[in-house]
Design a binder for this molecule. Structure first.
Ligand SMILES: *Cc1c(COP(=O)(O)O)cnc(C)c1O
Length: 357
């Protein structure tokens, strides 16, 4: 691949950033990476000032949702450089998602090169504060202008970045989750294992309804039996039952393969925990709680890393898990992964990709 051209912005928006109140995905860094696919190939792409992209009303993705995305983070490390966590996994998953919605594959090492170059250009945007980070959002979509229902022949891949606050300003805080009963997110043979815009469109109404009722997210059950636990909004789900960590398997194709999920499972093996990837029904979870064996439940995902579940509500019944407190298992994974991300814990796994200042 030829070199990535860099067109630098003549101005910066960085003075407008309130670093004490970053929120999530509110501010966008000065530059973006953009690469185009035409005549059967992706170009090398360029970095240019972040800004609008001219779009016609007939642009196919607005109508038919041929769109996928990724999410990962860069961290200001204790050695003064910048750490990206497992970007090879995101590169692979981008192509997995693309294969499901007819978006042509992107060269994985060029994708990582683009990430690194973009972070170097906008390194001032990586927050300095421990817990904060630069969220990286790659996006790929068909951008042809037509109304016939078929795949686009042209595509764009865009990478934007956004400085974000820690999910938990005061440390890990357990959340309340509503188990979806009437809505489903993904069906067997559907899009569940791909990180597509369409999965999120399917989830919005349930999410908004749950929020109005005071829950932070929805837990999805399988779409066929409506008993088996799939995952939470943008997180995979794990339960500590007795001395075992239980999480649903990926074989139905209805669950997104989280990078955090994989990392937690690998660390769990290293730590000597018993890990069981097996189907688990919501009734099993409530029964385990009744027996006093449900010790912890937590979500895993890039945004929060680990998100302890303090309460689960299903069909009018609510259970409180570990007294609405953070459990030792959740805490251990959170400390280990964030420690590696900020370079405080030695990376023995080869999970960190360094970007030099
Ligand atoms: C992105 C995402 C996750 C979490 O994946 P990570 O790679 O760990 O961030 C889980 N579920 C869904 C539906 C997602 O979109």
């Amino acid at each position: 691949m030829p070199e990535i051209k860099i067109i630098r912005s003549e101005t910066t928006k960085i003075e407008n950033v309130n670093w004490d109140k970053l929120g999530f995905g509110v501010y966008f860094s000065d530059h973006m990476f953009i690469s185009e696919y035409k005549d059967g190939a992706w170009d090398a792409g360029e970095i240019r000032p972040y800004g609008p992209i001219p779009t016609e009303p007939s642009m196919c993705t607005l109508h038919y949702g041929q769109s996928i995305f990724e999410g990962l983070k860069a961290f200001k490390a204790v050695d003064g450089g910048y750490n990206i966590f497992r970007p090879d996994r995101n590169a692979k998953r981008l192509n997995h998602s693309g294969s499901r919605v007819c978006i042509p594959p992107y060269d994985e090492s060029h994708f990582i090169e683009a990430l690194k170059t973009l972070i170097r250009v906008d390194q001032n945007w990586v927050p300095q504060k421990r817990g904060h980070s630069l969220y990286i959002r790659p996006l790929a979509y068909g951008d042809g202008n037509f109304l016939g229902v078929h795949s686009s022949k042209t595509f764009k891949l865009i990478i934007m970045t956004s400085p974000v606050a820690s999910y938990y300003p005061e440390g890990l805080a357990p959340v309340k989750i509503l188990v979806a009963k009437d809505f489903v997110r993904a069906v067997r043979g559907g899009l569940g294992s791909a990180k597509t815009a369409a999965n999120y469109a399917a989830s919005l109404l349930a999410g908004e309804t749950a929020k109005k009722e005071g829950y932070s997210q929805v837990l999805w059950l399988d779409a066929v039996n409506r008993h088996f636990v799939d995952e939470v909004g943008a997180m995979n789900i794990m339960f500590v039952i007795g001395d075992e960590i239980v999480t649903p398997p990926l074989d139905q194709g209805t669950i997104l393969r989280g990078v955090t999920r994989d990392s937690v499972l690998e660390l769990a093996h290293d730590f000597g925990f018993k890990v069981n990837e097996r189907p688990i029904t919501i009734e099993d979870v409530f029964e385990a709680n009744k027996r006093g064996e449900l010790k912890e439940a937590f979500g895993t995902g890039t945004a929060a890393v680990i998100s302890p579940v303090g309460q689960l509500s299903y069909m009018g019944e609510t259970i409180t898990i570990n007294n609405m407190e953070i459990g030792p298992v959740a805490q251990k994974f959170y400390d280990t992964i964030t420690g590696m991300q900020y370079g405080e814990i030695e990376d023995k796994k080869g999970w960190i990709v360094k970007v030099n200042p």
